[in-house]
Structure formats: C-alpha cells, structure tokens
Design a protein around this ligand. Structure first.
Ligand code: UDP
Length: 311
C-alpha cells in the first residue's frame, strides 16, 4: 500500500510510519513540525519507500501519486498546547481534516481519523463506551481540542455518508512511550523527566484524578488492525488499567529510584476527573487488546528518556 500520514513526524505518526515501512508499505509523511520533529523520522531518510514533505495541512494538499490510505494524525495533543497554540489546534482538526478528507476522496483512498478520548470530556459515564456522547465544555481551555476533534469526527462521517468514502475513526486514550517530547507537558514525560533529574514530581490537584495509560506499541497495533478491518468505528483504543496520578507518581519514583518525593500544584481547569476506555468493541471487532503492562511500558520509556536527557 501507499500510505500518506499527516503528522507523521509526531509521536504516534512516526511510530505508525516505522510500522508500515517494516511491513513493506510506502509511506509519505506530511508535517509542519509545529510539535513533530525530524528526529522522529530521520532514520528513514534513504529508504526508497519513505518520503517527508514539510507541509501545513490546513492549506490545500496535493501529491501527484495514487494513494491507498490517508491517515490524519496531525494535531498538537498536549494540554500544555491548548492555551499556547489554540488556533492552530482548531485549524488542523477542522481545515486540516477537510483537506485530508478531500485528498482521500480525490484518490479514492481509505481514510483514518485520529480522534481522542477527549470527545468524552469530563465523563459522567465510566468507563467510556463509544456510545457515550460526552460532557465537554465548548468554551473552556480544553474546548479548542475537544470540540475540534468532535467536529473532525462529524466531518469524517459526513464524507462517509455524502461521498461514500471508506472511513475509520479511532478514539485514542492516553498513550505513552519513546518519542514523546521531553517538554511535552503531559504527565508521563513530566514525571519521568523530573524523576531522572532527581526533582520532586509535580502532581496537580490532590492526585486522585485517574487516567488509563496505553504503551505506544499496543496502540499502534490497534490502529493497524482498525485500518485493515471493515469496522468504520469510532473504536476506543486504550488500556483499561486505571491509575490515579498519585499512584503513577509513586510508581515512577520507585522505578527510577528517585527519592525527591512529590510536590502538589493547582489542578488545571476542566481537568477530567476519571478516564478509562470500554474496549469491548475493539476486542470483538478487531480482536485487539493491550499486552504491555504499565511497569514494563514505563521501564522502556524511562530508558529512552534517560538516553535523551543524558542523566
Ligand atoms: N498531571 C499532573 N502533573 C503533571 C502533568 C499532568 O498531575 O506534571 C495530571 C493532569 O492534571 C491530568 C493527568 O495528569 O489529571 C493527565 O494529564 P495529561 O496532561 O497527561 O493529559 P490529559 O489526560 O489530561 O489530556
């Protein structure tokens, strides 16, 4: 297959790129490098099946080649980005999704949208099945991401219904692993960097809020199965082990041998109190479930961060 990945120099996009190249597919990466990095794809330079094009997908996308699939993974995704670059986030998920869908339609290619558990907002149903419509504050600081992704899902379904485009939607829950930005601001890069520097870990609020963390290799396997299946989605892909931020901080301190402890900082506004995917649909329609537990995934992630931080 010839596969175009928007955001292919980002955390998830670059892991997907490597996976497809390893399976013998051709990959074209489009990325404006706003949060992605060439460091994530530079090892593929010289591979005749790989191309990188620096492009902002909020403007018209043209490529001369036939395509079999368009995967729309371009978007900043860290809560730290939401107040810093709110308009690019809204644009890449609205105008960018429109352009990526238009490209898929022109090429009669399959389209996969990277959506998010953020469509569920601060959920009133727990765990979250795909049938839950969510609890999102449209004008809050997270609204720029949550509402843009909700719009992207609506636009994807409109192309499916109006144009008969072959579409997939994946709702991605918290994912972690190598190639997250060191200064990403999300909890695992923060805790691991702090622990490796021997600093106290910054827990926001009282640390009782929960998330469910999926190691990147498991997550990528879910994306590939969805793309290759007939399931249009949306499908939740994430790990079902739920942990509080306090438990996570204690675990990272234990795995790194950090004895600097924990410091408590104010909870950001609209921070979801709980999050855990119901993955019944992924299990039944894709035969997928995560295989790498949190201790193992964190150990691999810590090793990667240790090399980058040179500590
Ligand atoms: N968090 C924290 N300390 C940090 C960064 C984040 O306690 O240094 C908390 C944050 O308040 C949230 C959870 O960790 O409750 C996950 O935050 P993250 O930014 O990773 O992503 P989110 O799941 O909120 O989109």
């Amino acid at each position: 297959m010839r596969i175009l990945i928007t955001g292919g120099a980002g955390f998830l996009g670059s892991h997907l790129t490597d996976r497809f190249l390893a399976e013998g597919h051709e990959v074209i990466v489009l990325d404006n490098l706003i949060t992605g990095s060439l460091d994530n794809v530079i090892h593929n330079y010289g591979n005749p099946h790989f191309q990188f094009i620096k492009h902002d997908v909020t403007t018209y996308i043209h490529v001369p080649w036939d395509l079999d699939a368009v995967l729309h993974f371009a978007s900043p995704a860290s809560p730290k980005d939401f107040p810093a670059i709110p308009i690019p986030i809204l644009k890449v998920n609205s105008l960018g999704t429109h352009n990526a869908l238009g490209l898929a339609l022109a090429k009669r290619a399959r389209f996969l949208l990277a959506s998010t558990s953020e469509v569920y907002g601060d959920p009133l149903v727990h765990p979250q099945p795909e049938t839950y419509w969510g609890n999102v504050n449209p004008i809050g600081i997270r609204g720029v991401y949550d509402e843009a992704k909700r719009f992207a899902e609506a636009l994807t379904m409109a192309y499916r219904r109006a144009h008969g485009l072959d579409t997939r939607i994946v709702r991605i829950f918290n994912t972690y692993g190598p190639r997250m930005r060191l200064d990403d601001g999300r909890v695992i890069p923060n805790f691991v960097s702090q622990a490796l520097r021997g600093e106290p870990l910054t827990v926001y609020g009282d640390g009782s809020q929960t998330r469910s963390f999926c190691y990147v290799d498991d997550e990528i396997e879910g994306f590939v199965r969805l793309l290759m299946s007939d399931e249009p989605g949306p499908v939740n892909i994430g790990n079902t082990r739920e942990t509080s931020m306090l438990e996570l901080a204690e675990l990272v301190n234990r795995l790194t041998g950090n004895d600097a402890g924990i410091t408590f900082l104010p909870l950001p506004k609209d921070d979801p109190k709980v999050r855990r995917p119901d993955i019944t649909k992924a299990r039944e329609s894709l035969g997928w479930e995560p295989t790498i537990d949190l201790e193992e995934g964190l150990t691999r992630t810590i090793a990667w961060f240790r090399e980058r931080l040179r500590v």
